[in-house]
Write a protein that binds this ligand. Structure first.
Ligand code: NAD
Length: 494
């Protein structure tokens, strides 16, 4: 038997003003995509409940803001400690509610905790700066002050980590938050809120309200919300979040979708590149905003091209698919049947567009006795051209489109022609090629011999073009700047 921490159905409550409250809204099921079991019930919260959370956050703000940064971070130190103590349970919950493998979940938990750790440096991170004598006997300085209440909206693919790209920095700088997890995977954020409570944050500082787009719209419209951080698909980021925040004058970080190119130079270290490509394209079942989607093999040598592709296929066809709590499994299911149908729809589109399906992920062998409802295997298309939909649109599943470029310039032009710019990478042993790539490619995160270009917590999580809307980014110093106003003081004493 696999050790599942969620044994009984978890009825997810809202965490408002330090209290756990049952919502009066519609209730949806949360289903484990690997075995089809219902593991939770999640509410679509009502307007009154959202308003109550924002009011609580607003009421808590003045006292929390006046709490010293050192005292605020003590709550975060305790939260970090509690997360470490519950590390394995938190990771297993992610696998149960999302489907990713247990190792991927452990990685997600670690990356989430790292943001709490970085935010513990707030006493120095939010310091201002000072100039004496900017004019005769006049001094000038900048202080960073918290802004108020922030809404934090998460996607389904990293249920634990992504709200932590924002929330620790928001509260460490003295703001209060209302978090809206994806209703598809709400249990991880409930678990975090339980630890927040145990860590001793004052009521109203950290609130969680569950639901879908109605909750998002309420946060966007509410005058009590000073700003929003959002991570999700491009249409929502661009047309809903960025637009509405512009209309209502809220500061905003809106991270969108992606279509990442992995560029393979003839001089790459093949034996190290292939495993990196496997985790990039097929890790998390392709449901990462930094997942490889298009593989561009550079060079005019047909034999080298065929040889590389053969190695890719051999590795991809060996990937073990099954329930992620089994340590031997390398790829779990996709999140739900609708997502699987969308991905298989793209596989059909690729075939119709004339690409050659070398490995058909629809024919998947599952390790163990699990319903096939949400499972797919790795899919590999050859003969893909940049104009095809499977090369341009975000599929968000384990599908590799292989394209060919004559030289690096052509490969970079392909990357730059994409509407997205999230995490392109080059694989090469040439410093010159690596520099040309990182200099010219329009991608917010760039990898050199790295397949998943995920910035660590003390670097900004960047993005360009349709992958990002805003100026400052989540994580690290940029998050500190986003969650604070710069106030300039100019002083003269007579
Ligand atoms: P999504 O846009 O469907 O949902 C994201 C959040 O917005 C959810 O909380 C959802 O409830 C809410 N939402 C959805 N539609 C809405 C609407 N019309 N109005 C208001 N709110 C709405 O995204 P998803 O499917 O949960 O996540 C996958 C997407 O997120 C992919 O496109 C992926 O590339 C992207 N993503 C981006 C990053 C990044 O850093 N750029 C990171 C992770 C995921």
């Amino acid at each position: 038997m696999l050790d599942e921490p969620i044994k009984e159905i978890q009825v997810v409550k809202n965490y408002i003003d330090g209290e756990w409250t049952a919502s009066r809204g519609e209730i949806l099921d949360v289903v484990n995509p690997a075995n089809g079991r219902t593991i939770g019930k999640v509410p679509i919260s009502t307007r009154a409940e959202i308003d109550a959370a924002i009011d609580a956050a607003k009421t808590a703000f003045p006292a929390w803001r006046a709490t010293t940064p050192l005292a605020r971070t003590r709550c975060l130190f305790r939260l970090k400690q509690l997360m470490e103590e519950h590390f394995e349970e938190l990771s297993r919950v992610q696998t149960q509610e999302h489907g990713k493998t247990i190792d991927e979940s452990r990685g997600e938990t670690r990356r989430g905790i790292e943001n709490v750790e970085v935010a513990c440096g707030i006493p120095t991170l939010m310091q201002g700066y000072f100039s004496e004598d900017i004019a005769s006997s006049i001094d000038e300085w900048v202080i960073r002050q918290p802004v108020g209440v922030f809404g934090i909206i998460g996607p389904f693919n990293f249920p634990f980590m992504i709200p932590l790209w924002s929330a620790p920095y928001a509260v460490a700088t003295g703001n209060t938050v209302v978090i809206k997890p994806s209703s598809e995977v709400p249990i991880s954020q409930m678990k975090i809120a339980e630890l927040v409570e145990e860590a001793g944050f004052p009521p109203g500082v950290w609130n969680v309200v569950n639901g879908g787009r109605t909750v998002v719209n309420a946060l966007l419209e509410h005058p009590g919300i000073a700003g929003i951080t959002f991570v999700g698909s491009t249409p929502t980021a661009k047309e809903v979040i960025y637009k509405k925040c512009g209309e209502t004058g809220k500061r905003v970080i809106a991270q969108g979708g992606a279509k990442n190119f992995m560029v393979i130079m003839p001089d790459c270290d093949v034996n190290r590149t292939i495993p990196a490509l496997m985790t990039s394209f097929f890790g998390n079942a392709g449901q990462r905003c930094l997942a490889g989607a298009n593989l561009v093999i550079v060079g005019e040598d047909n034999r080298a091209y065929a040889g590389f592709l053969e190695k890719v296929l051999a590795a991809a066809s060996k990937i073990v698919v099954g329930y992620g709590l089994d340590e031997s499994v390398q790829m779990g299911p996709v999140r739900d049947k609708d997502k699987k149908d969308r991905i298989t729809g793209y596989i059909e589109t690729g075939v119709k567009e004339g690409a050659k399906l070398l490995l058909d992920g629809r024919r998947v062998k599952i390790l163990g006795d699990f319903p096939p409802t949400c499972f797919l295997g790795p899919a590999v298309f050859d003969n893909v051209t940049p104009d095809m939909r499977i090369a341009r649109e975000e599929i968000f599943g384990p599908v590799m489109s292989v394209l060919r470029a004559r030289n690096l310039d052509e490969a970079i032009a392909m990357c730059n022609d994409s509407p997205f710019g999230n995490g392109h990478a080059i694989f090469t042993s040439s410093g010159r090629s690596a520099r040309d790539f990182q200099y010219n490619v329009t991608s917010g995160n760039v990898g050199v011999n790295i397949g998943i270009v995920a910035p660590v917590a003390f670097f900004p999580f960047s993005g360009m073009k349709d992958s990002f809307f805003g100026i400052l980014h989540t994580q690290g110093q940029e998050a500190v700047r986003f969650f604070t106003e710069s106030k300039v003081i100019i002083q003269r004493w007579f």
